[in-house]
Each structure stands twice: as structure tokens, then as C-alpha cells.
Design a protein around this ligand. Structure first.
Ligand SMILES: [Zn+2]
Length: 378
């Protein structure tokens, strides 16, 4: 047999082995819904044989191992990386969410569903990871040469390790960070990026510094193991800075707001119409007000107005919230309306009907907000 025939026979054997492996692996899987197979999807009866023939399968198995160790996924529908462990396929993220036509959840074409980790390209050169807890979003704005601005990286140590690995694997270099606001889950960092400036508004830096002990305690309670030396170490933007002077080429606009907590800011990436909002406009959290201010609801309503003006000004078509699923322009408007409706109901003591309150944690926050606003007379 000549070399071509041998190759054809070998390829045929691999196909047969893969099909047989999938059939064998699927048999017990039918009865299981949320658990991952301990051995990984590709390690069935013929897994080793296939791995030997096919580097792609070896890579797939390594990826399954990584996921098994690093991430607890909330459900089979929320597979990170577009990786289908059962089918043994990898779905590459769409190059442009504007052009992407598939609906992968979150109600928006081409945008990731909350819960899978990532990274997913939600717009050209803008990537997100979604942590398991609270669907916390990490965002990377990546220059064509790989220089990268990282916004609110989180949440657990394992998830941050995975983000750092993903960034390394893609050859990106983190040259700047940004914290949208000084709550503990938005001021985390990783040793791989030590020494890189992490910008925030001057008010955020003051708060992070004044509340450092509490930030560390909260991080330790909810996501233990973070290096305290890396938590909440922020650098203040110059007063009134309208843009981020980072070591990358892409323009990034800073939009300060006070609705969620003092010192908050959203970022806009104008070349692709993306807003990275911080803790606003979430599909899983109701508006969480800064209850320490004199007019929490009024301040929050003004923040939504600010965001709406920003959306118009920069022709925003992709929203990345601090928690929950990114969405497109239509989704963004739906969320603005939902948040305004929630605020109206909150301040008029009307019956609040909001699907986000099905989450007991959100319901508790809602009760607290309503009680406090009532005490303050509005
Ligand atoms: Zn927050």
C-alpha cells in the first residue's frame, strides 16, 4: 500500500473510533443532566487511540480537564468557549457580533449567555468572560497588536487563573486595568499582571482605600484565596478625565455616574459601539441603589438618563453589564425600560413585578431598598 492509501485507512479508522466513542460515551450520559463526566467527554473506550491520532482531540481533552478543575458550570446550556463536550466540537466565537446571526441566549444574536466562562468576542476586539457567581463579567478590550485593557476581572481565584491563561494563550498583553466601581467584586487582580496600572475614578480610589479592610474581608468571605496585596490597588484617573489614557491605541471614553455607588464609571469603546457599564442594566440584578446618598432613587434615575445619552452619542449597540448577559442595542433599550419601571415602582410603593426578583438575593435587596426609601420618605 502506498503512503496515500495508508493515510486514507488511518483517517477512516479515526472516524470509526470517534463515532464509536461518542456512541459509547453517550449511553450513560442520557440519565445525567448537570454533572460532567469525571473522565472527560473524549476519554471513552477509544479515547486514548483517538488522542494519539488527532492533536485536536488531545487539545479537546486538555480543555475538558481545565474546565473540570477550574470552573463549576451552572448548566449544560452554558458551555464556555462554544465548546460542545458531548459533540466533541469547538464553535469559534463570531468575529463580529454585529454580523453574527446565531442566537446563543441572552436574547441577543451573537452574544453570550450568562454563566459560561468565556472568552467570547462580543464585538470586534472586545471579549468577555462570565464568572459563575452573580454572572460577574470580565471584559478585555484588545488592540490589533494584542495590547489589552482588562475591566473588572473576576471572580474566584480559579476563574482569574483561567482568564490569565486565556490571555497568555492568545498572546495578548495586559497593559492597563480599569475598575468600574469600588465594590470588592470589581477590584480584583491577578499576579500575572502585577505592576500594570489599574485605573478608576478619584472617588473610587478614595473609597477603595478608606474601605480597604472591609473590601479584603468581603473578598475573603466570598472568593477566598485572593492575594490581599492585589485587591483594591487602584490608580486615580486625572480629575475630570473624559478618556482613558492607556498604553493601547483604541479610544476608550470614561462616563462617571453615581447611581450604583459613588465613584462608578462606565467605559465606551466608540470604534465598535460597546459600553462596559459596571453594575447597571443587568438582566439578573434590579437597580441596586447607593442608599448612603441623599436621594438614592433620583440619583439612579439621573444615571439611567446619562447612560441613555451616552448610547445616543456613541451609537452604542453592545452592552456589557457588570453582572449578567451582554446584549445588543434592542436589549439595552429593554433593560433601560425595565430599570425605569423598577425605580418608578420602588418610589411610588406600587406593586413591583420584575422577573429578576425571583432570585432570593435580589428579593432581599429589594426589600431593603424599599424599607430604607420608605423611612426616608421617598
Ligand atoms: Zn457593585
Amino acid at each position: 500500500m502506498d503512503a496515500v492509501s495508508w493515510l486514507a485507512v488511518a483517517a477512516g479508522a479515526v472516524v470509526v473510533a470517534v463515532v464509536a466513542d461518542r456512541v459509547v460515551a453517550r449511553l450513560p450520559q442520557r440519565t445525567r443532566t448537570r454533572e460532567r463526566r469525571p473522565g472527560g467527554g473524549g476519554a471513552g473506550a477509544f479515547g486514548e487511540l483517538v488522542a494519539g491520532f488527532q492533536p485536536g482531540v488531545r487539545h479537546l481533552q486538555a480543555e475538558q480537564e481545565r474546565q473540570r478543575h477550574d470552573l463549576v458550570l451552572p448548566g449544560d446550556a452554558d458551555k464556555p468557549w462554544g465548546l460542545d463536550l458531548d459533540a466533541g466540537t469547538v464553535e469559534l466565537p463570531a468575529a463580529s457580533s454585529r454580523a453574527a446571526g446565531d442566537a446563543r441566549g441572552g436574547g441577543a444574536p451573537g452574544l453570550p449567555r450568562a454563566g459560561g466562562h468565556g472568552p467570547t468576542e462580543v464585538a470586534p476586539g472586545v471579549w468577555t468572560w462570565t464568572a459563575v457567581r452573580w454572572s460577574t463579567t470580565t471584559t478585555a478590550v484588545v488592540d490589533p497588536d494584542g495590547r489589552c485593557l482588562l475591566v473588572d476581572p473576576g471572580l474566584t481565584v480559579a476563574e482569574l487563573d483561567a482568564v490569565a491563561r486565556d490571555i497568555r494563550a492568545r498572546g495578548w498583553e495586559v497593559v492597563a486595568g480599569f475598575s468600574t466601581h469600588p465594590h470588592w467584586d470589581h477590584v480584583l487582580w491577578h499576579a500575572s499582571w502585577a505592576g500594570v496600572p489599574r485605573w478608576a475614578t478619584p472617588a473610587a480610589v478614595r473609597t477603595a482605600s478608606a474601605r480597604r479592610v472591609a473590601l479584603l474581608a468581603q473578598a475573603d468571605a466570598d472568593a477566598p484565596g485572593h492575594d490581599p496585596a492585589l485587591v483594591g490597588r487602584l490608580t486615580a484617573l486625572p480629575d475630570g478625565a473624559a478618556e482613558l489614557a492607556w498604553a493601547g491605541a483604541r479610544r476608550v471614553v470614561v462616563v462617571p455616574y453615581a447611581g450604583h455607588c459613588a465613584g462608578s464609571a462606565a467605559l465606551v469603546v466608540p470604534d465598535v459601539g460597546v459600553v462596559v457599564a459596571g453594575d447597571l442594566l443587568s438582566d439578573r440584578e434590579v437597580p441596586l441603589l447607593d442608599l448612603s446618598g441623599p436621594d438614592p432613587a433620583g440619583t439612579y434615575a439621573a444615571t439611567l438618563d446619562t447612560l441613555e445619552a451616552v448610547i445616543e452619542r456613541w451609537d452604542v449597540c453592545v452592552l456589557v453589564p457588570g453582572h449578567g448577559a451582554p446584549t445588543d442595542g434592542a436589549g439595552l433599550r429593554t433593560r433601560l425600560a425595565a430599570d425605569r419601571a423598577y425605580l418608578d415602582a420602588l418610589t411610588t410603593a406600587a406593586e413591583v413585578s420584575d422577573p429578576r426578583l425571583a432570585d432570593p438575593e435580589q428579593a432581599a435587596q429589594h426589600r431593603e431598598q424599599r424599607a430604607l426609601l420608605r423611612r426616608h420618605g421617598g
